[in-house]
Design a protein around this ligand. Structure first.
Ligand SMILES: *Cc1c(COP(=O)(O)O)cnc(C)c1O
Length: 361
């Protein structure tokens, strides 16, 4: 068996101890005689898995009691629709456009009302986070929408926007659990699991209870109502059971590590290693403004596309995978999520130094 250093943006690397435990429990989960995959979602054993996963996430993120944790399906894209369907009561909301995912969410919201874009960084190819200290917030807006970490470009909001009292909705798909956040500042947080938590197919929603609505238009599909999922503890229908189980193992892995403060320290150490090297390199150039750099997705390029491609090709021979930048941006992207070990980033930097030596005179 040989594991590679997988820098994929998602689905992405998972912690090895979690994969090993899942393998050990594959055929017989805790003397049930079956795999979690084969288990009724109404069984005692699964109920325990679900309840513990919710409790552990609450502990990890310090989620206040007036929030519900939901496990749903459909990924980030389904949330692009669920958010406006459930929260856009008065038919309008404000969106901060920091990349393709925010743009898609904004476009989807237009199907359900008249959202407005209040800030954008499209003028410079989404290589920075716009100033959000004094946005022109619509008094009628039902919420302010942001994509916290921009997976494709490698930017992150280091400070939250000034919402001027509006409900803040955040797509945290690619940064959830990478560092502590103050959940009480948000109305709703969502994240597809496949970037920084677990297997694709599971989506986590953290929603403040007063935003749940019993008065939803009857045309809203049952499965797209947060209220339905909240009322049924994510068991209205069959949830993504195996995905929830793996998420739960990842939560325990994080708790054992010392929680999100500890995780942040490790993430900073990894990201700083790579960014410090980028800043000193005579070959590689970081894509985004330094103040807005993501801890999770590090984007850069060389002076030419040919050299980018040569680097990516050679990286595969060296046991690294998925370093190619998103097709809309090009260049190189190293996604260094929670589960990417420091050694992986160190090995990448060593390889980059070697590559630089051979390609500069
Ligand atoms: C990957 C990603 C999405 C899209 O997620 P799907 O689960 O594929 O729909 C949305 N937002 C962010 C920030 C992402 O990284």
């Amino acid at each position: 068996m040989k594991r590679v250093y997988n820098f994929s943006a998602g689905p992405a690397v998972l912690p090895e101890p979690v994969l090993k435990q899942a393998a050990e429990e594959m055929l017989d989960y805790k003397n049930t005689g079956m795999s979690v995959m084969e288990m009724s979602h109404r069984s005692k054993a699964f109920e325990k898995i679900l309840d513990e996963a919710i409790l552990d996430l609450k502990k990890l993120m310090n989620i206040p009691d007036n929030y519900k944790v939901l496990f749903v399906q459909g990924g980030g894209h389904t949330q692009f629709a669920m958010v406006p369907m459930n929260l856009m009561k008065h038919g309008t909301a404000d969106y901060i456009i920091t990349g393709a995912w925010a743009q898609k969410a904004y476009k989807e919201a237009k199907k359900y009302g008249k959202p407005r874009a209040v800030a954008s960084s499209e003028d410079k190819g989404f290589t920075y986070i716009p100033d959000c200290k004094d946005l022109d917030i619509n008094p009628d807006a039902d919420y302010l929408y942001m994509c916290e970490n921009n997976t494709i470009y490698g930017t992150v909001f280091h400070d939250l926007p000034n919402t001027k009292g509006k409900v803040l909705v955040s797509d945290m798909s690619s940064c959830i659990l990478s560092e502590p956040v103050d959940v009480s500042k948000y109305g709703l947080i969502y994240a597809g699991a496949q970037k920084n938590i677990g297997p694709a197919g599971t989506t986590i929603v953290i929603i403040r209870e007063d935003l749940l609505r019993v008065d939803l238009d009857t045309s809203v599909p049952t499965m797209l109502s947060y209220q339905i999922h909240a009322d049924n503890n994510s068991l209205y229908n069959t949830p993504p059971t195996y995905g929830i189980y793996i998420c739960g193992l990842v939560f325990k892995w994080l708790l054992n590590l010392g929680g999100l403060e500890e995780m942040k320290k490790i993430n900073l150490k990894k990201a700083n290693l790579l960014y410090d090297y980028l800043d000193s390199s005579k070959l590689f150039i970081g894509n985004v403004e330094k103040k807005d750099r993501s801890l999770m997705n590090v984007t850069f390029h060389t002076p030419s596309e040919e050299l980018d491609n040569a680097f990516i090709k050679e990286s595969v021979e060296r046991g690294f995978t998925n370093l190619k930048g998103h097709r809309s941006v090009g260049g190189i992207r190293a996604s260094i999520y929670n589960a990417m070990p420091y050694e992986g980033v160190k090995a990448l930097v060593d390889f980059m130094e070697d590559f630089e030596r051979r390609h500069t005179s």
